[in-house]
Design a protein around this ligand. Structure first.
Ligand SMILES: [Zn+2]
Length: 437
C-alpha cells in the first residue's frame, strides 16, 4: 500500500512536472548513501504489484476515453501523461490483476478480474441543489450558493471521523460545481460494495423526487444522534443565519408556497398565507422579510395550539430539505467507480482541483482557485530561475500542494507503513510459531 499511496500522491504532483527523474548508473561498491536507499526502500512486506494493479483512465480531447490503463512505476505514468496530454485523469480501484491485461486473464477461464481495494469516495454537486438556490442553476456556482457545499463538507467530514473512525480524508474541489471526498484509511479501502452501500445509506435523508415537495422524511420519536448533531451544530444555524436571507427563501409567493407545501396542516398554512399576503406591502420593518416569516412559521408550529410531534418536526424537515448534503449515492456504493484525480485541471473552467481543508472550509473560495493560465503566467513572471524543486512554491498553487503533502499525504504514508510493518511482523511470528510447533 505504501508504495501506491506514495506514488498516487506523487502522480498528482507529477502534473506539476517538478519531479525530475532519470536513470542513473550505480557504481559498484559500498557507499553510505546506498544504505540510506536500502533503509528507505521497499519494506519486504510491501506488495510490489500494488501500483501496477491500479486503474487509471485518461480522457483525451474529442472525448476519447482510455480506460483500464495501468503503470508499473510513477515515471511510466508520468511519461504517459506527457505523451497523451489527457484533459482529464480519473483514478479507479486496485484490481486483483493488472487491469490492462484483464482480457488475457478472462481467457484463462478464471474470473479473477475484480476490484480488491478502493478509497471510499463521495461526490457532491451543487447542480443537485437547484430547487433550493435561486442565485444560480446547473453547473453555475457563486459565493451565495457555495456555502451549501461548505456545510456538506462539515457534516460528512465530522461523521466520517467521529462515527466511523476514519482519519485520512481528503476533500477536493471538483474544479467547477462541487466537491469530492476520498477516504483513504486502509479499512475504508477494503470495504466491500455492500459495506459501502450501508455507509451511503447511513447518510441518506434526502428523498427528493419530482412529484413530491417533501424532500426529507424524518421518522421516529427522536433523531438519530448523527442527524441531531448535524442539525444543532451546523444545519440550523446555517439555514437561519445565512441561507434564509442569501437565497431569499420567503421573499415571493412562489418561494414561500414551496415551503408551505411541506406543512401538512391546512389551518397552519392558511393562517401563514393570510398573514404574508396581507402584509406584503405594509412591511416597514428593517428586518429581513425572510427572517420575519420564518419566525412566524416557527412560532405557529411550536405554539401549544399545534399538537403532535409530526407538525413540530416540520421545522426540522424544512431545514434538512434546504441544507442537508445531497450525495451522489451511486458513486460511493461501487468500488469500480472512477473519480477525477486531485490536482487535475477542469477542462471547462481551467481551474485546478485543489484540496479543501475541512477545518477551514468556510474560507474556501471556488472563484479564487488558480487556473492553468494564471499559473503559467505566475511561472513566467518569476522567470525560470532554477529547475530545482520549488517552482510551484512561487505560484498560487504552492499553498495547496503544501497542505496536501503535510496534512494528508505524510500522515497517510506513515499509517500505511505501520500497517505493512505490523502485518509483516504478524506473518513472521506466525511462521515462527508453526516452526516451533
Ligand atoms: Zn449561486
Amino acid at each position: 500500500m505504501t508504495k501506491e499511496e506514495a506514488e498516487n500522491g506523487r502522480d498528482e504532483m507529477e502534473i506539476d512536472g517538478c519531479e525530475q527523474r532519470e536513470a542513473i548508473a550505480i557504481p559498484e561498491g559500498f557507499n553510505p548513501n546506498y544504505l540510506k536507499v536500502f533503509y528507505d526502500g521497499k519494506h519486504p512486506g510491501c506488495d510490489q504489484s500494488y501500483f501496477g494493479r491500479r486503474e487509471f483512465s485518461f480522457t483525451l480531447e474529442n472525448d476519447i476515453y482510455l480506460r483500464f490503463q495501468s503503470f508499473y512505476s510513477v515515471s511510466e505514468l508520468e511519461n504517459s501523461i506527457r505523451e497523451k496530454c489527457p484533459v482529464k485523469i480519473d483514478i479507479g480501484p486496485v484490481y486483483s490483476v493488472d487491469p490492462a491485461k484483464r482480457r488475457a486473464y478472462a481467457q484463462t477461464g478464471d474470473n479473477v478480474f475484480t476490484p480488491v481495494e478502493r478509497e471510499l469516495i463521495f461526490d457532491i454537486d451543487i447542480s443537485d441543489y437547484d430547487d433550493v438556490r435561486y442565485c444560480c442553476s446547473g453547473a453555475d456556482v457563486c459565493l451565495e450558493c457555495w456555502p451549501l457545499m461548505t456545510i456538506a463538507i462539515k457534516v460528512i467530514d465530522t461523521s466520517l471521523r467521529d462515527d466511523f473512525g476514519f482519519n485520512h480524508i481528503l476533500w477536493v474541489y471538483s474544479g467547477r460545481r462541487g466537491v469530492h471526498c476520498w477516504v483513504c484509511d486502509g479499512k475504508a479501502r477494503r470495504l466491500t460494495n455492500e459495506q459501502r452501500a450501508a455507509i451511503a445509506d447511513y447518510f441518506r435523508v434526502y428523498m427528493g423526487n419530482e412529484n413530491s415537495h417533501k424532500k426529507v422524511s424524518l421518522t421516529g420519536p427522536a433523531f438519530h444522534p448523527f442527524l441531531a448533531r448535524a442539525y444543532t451544530d451546523v444545519l440550523r444555524n446555517f439555514f437561519e443565519m445565512k441561507l434564509l436571507s442569501s437565497q431569499n427563501l420567503f421573499s415571493t409567493e412562489e418561494r414561500y408556497e414551496k415551503i408551505l407545501d411541506m406543512i401538512h396542516d391546512e389551518s397552519v398554512t392558511s393562517e401563514l398565507r393570510g398573514k404574508w399576503q396581507e402584509n406584503r406591502r405594509s412591511t416597514t420593518s428593517k428586518e429581513d422579510i425572510n427572517v420575519i416569516r420564518w419566525e412566524q412559521l416557527k412560532s405557529l408550529l411550536q405554539s401549544g395550539k399545534q399538537k403532535g410531534q409530526g407538525l413540530r418536526r416540520c421545522i426540522e424537515e424544512i431545514v434538512f430539505s434546504y441544507t442537508y448534503p445531497r450525495l451522489d449515492m451511486e458513486v460511493s456504493k461501487h468500488m469500480n467507480h472512477l473519480l477525477k484525480a486531485p490536482f487535475c485541471v477542469h477542462p471547462k473552467t481551467g481551474r485546478v482541483c485543489v484540496p479543501i481543508d475541512p477545518n477551514q472550509c468556510e474560507e474556501f473560495d471556488p472563484t479564487a482557485v488558480p487556473t492553468l493560465s494564471k499559473l503559467l503566467q505566475e511561472l513566467n513572471m518569476g522567470g525560470l530561475k532554477s529547475e530545482v524543486d520549488n517552482d510551484w512554491d512561487r505560484t498560487s498553487l504552492g499553498k495547496s500542494i503544501r497542505f496536501f503533502r503535510t496534512s494528508f499525504l505524510q500522515p497517510l504514508l506513515k499509517s500505511c507503513k505501520e500497517e505493512i510493518e505490523s502485518s509483516y511482523n504478524a506473518k513472521l511470528q506466525q511462521s515462527k510459531n508453526s516452526i516451533n510447533w
